[in-house]
Design a protein around this ligand. Structure first.
Ligand code: ADP
Ligand code: MG
Length: 395
């Protein structure tokens, strides 16, 4: 287990916390503050532990090493202040005099948010000099940015080599505990539910899970690449033709391993992904799909997946079962979300759209762990080493 913030004495120290505030922004308005909320426990912990100043840093979007007002973290400072109930000072740069002055002038116990790390090209280049400039702002460093841990960037990798005490924050600790737990010692039956837009995004995750799970339930557009590989009619459904061999290989391995590999048996077909269009439920073997497309799993599949989840002790879910953004095609995802919420065991949901889907289903508070790590969560589940985690010291 990694050293955590609880192993560090923070009293009267200035603490630099690397957070993941990479939130969806449009015209300066935060459209989803899940990641900000997920960062609160560590920030509160540092303040309660008597930190003299809490300095927060994050990236946002892809400004490509140049300041870009559309990707400023300023709106995050305002939201953080609301959520924490304390003022949050904002520094217009993450290094140099502006950052130094903001930290120096901060009253005891203050929270200071630094501007977007990626406004400097040195961040993504993992430059040690840039890391040193960041580290010089505080006396202690904490990494709570699980969502950035799959990148060897200066604020998550180089900086830790300069501050060997670097502990994981509480969010990072939770992500490692839950995601690590399912890969290392899952309680059984262990069921994985995978869906979403593309097989190609998730091939490595499926491959890494095949030796570990008892059941694999497939939904979403991903199912159609498997269907085409099996010679079933797919109409204009989303198929990745360059992944047909990969799909066959996955099915062969699942069979060798003897696990239950479930694909939808019925689906909701229509002409186009729009609200109000006429829909029809068909068996997946039916040629009546014609040149229409499948946009959701059908009710028979929901019932089968619900049954496959009933006795699960561990569940990992990534990727919606259909185009849940449109109500007509949300039934499958909502049905499976409710089944996951009923599970008497550890349930883990990851992926931006999947989190939105469980919120839409109204069951987010009945999920054991919601992983906000996005790409990092997928890489972790794929069995890859995350540079930002590997560099953190063990306890
Ligand atoms: P996550 O963000 O949870 O990792 P993905 O990004 O992989 O999930 O996939 C989510 C997207 O997949 C959603 O926008 C949803 O509309 C889309 N999707 C799901 N099923 C289908 C389908 N049958 N056809 C087209 N798109 C689909
Ligand atoms: Mg997504």
């Amino acid at each position: 287990m990694k050293k955590t913030i609880r192993d560090l004495d923070l009293k009267n120290r200035r603490v630099f916390i690397r957070d993941d505030f990479n939130v969806p922004l449009k015209n300066g308005v935060i459209r989803d503050d899940t990641r900000i909320r997920a960062s609160l426990p560590t920030i509160k912990y540092a303040r309660d532990a008597g930190a003299k100043c809490v300095v927060l840093a994050s990236h946002l979007g892809r400004p490509k090493g140049r300041p870009n007002p559309e990707m400023s973290l300023r709106p995050v400072a305002d939201r953080l202040a609301e959520l924490l109930g304390v003022p949050v000072a904002f520094a217009g740069d993450c290094v140099g005099p502006e950052a130094e002055n903001a930290v120096r002038n901060a009253p005891p116990g203050a929270v200071v948010l630094l501007e977007n790390l990626r406004f400097h090209p040195e961040e993504e280049k993992n430059e040690i000099g840039f890391a040193r400039a960041l580290a010089s702002l505080a006396d202690a460093y904490v990494n709570d940015a699980f969502g950035a841990a799959h990148r060897a960037h200066a604020s998550v990798e180089a900086i830790v080599r300069l501050t060997p005490q670097a502990p994981a924050g509480l969010l990072m600790e939770n992500e490692l505990r839950y995601l690590g737990g399912v890969l290392e010692k899952p309680e059984r039956p262990f069921v994985a539910v995978l869906g979403g837009a593309k097989v190609s995004d998730k091939i490595e995750v499926i491959e890494n899970l095949i030796p570990r799970v008892d059941r694999l339930l497939i939904g979403g557009a991903m199912a159609y690449t498997f269907f085409k590989a099996m010679g079933k009619p797919t109409g204009r459904s989303l198929v990745e033709d360059d992944k047909l061999d990969a799909a066959r290989d996955i099915m062969r391995r699942a069979q060798e391993r003897g696990l239950q590999f479930l694909l939808p048996s019925d689906h909701v077909v229509t002409d186009k992904p729009e609200p109000g269009v006429p829909t029809e439920v068909l068996n997946v073997d039916s040629n009546a799909i014609g040149d229409r497309m499948g946009l959701d799993i059908g009710p028979v599949t929901v019932a089968a997946y619900t049954k496959a989840l009933r006795d699960a002790k561990t569940v990992v879910w990534n990727g919606p079962m259909g185009v849940f953004e449109i109500d007509e095609f949300a039934h499958g995802t909502i049905g499976v979300a409710k089944a996951v919420a009923e599970v008497q065991g550890t349930t883990i949901v990851g992926g931006g759209d999947s989190i939105a889907a469980i919120k839409k289903a109204g069951v987010a508070d009945r999920i054991t762990h919601i992983s906000t790590g996005g790409g990092a969560s997928l890489e972790f589940l794929a069995g890859r080493t995350l540079p930002g985690v590997a560099v953190l010291p063990d306890n």
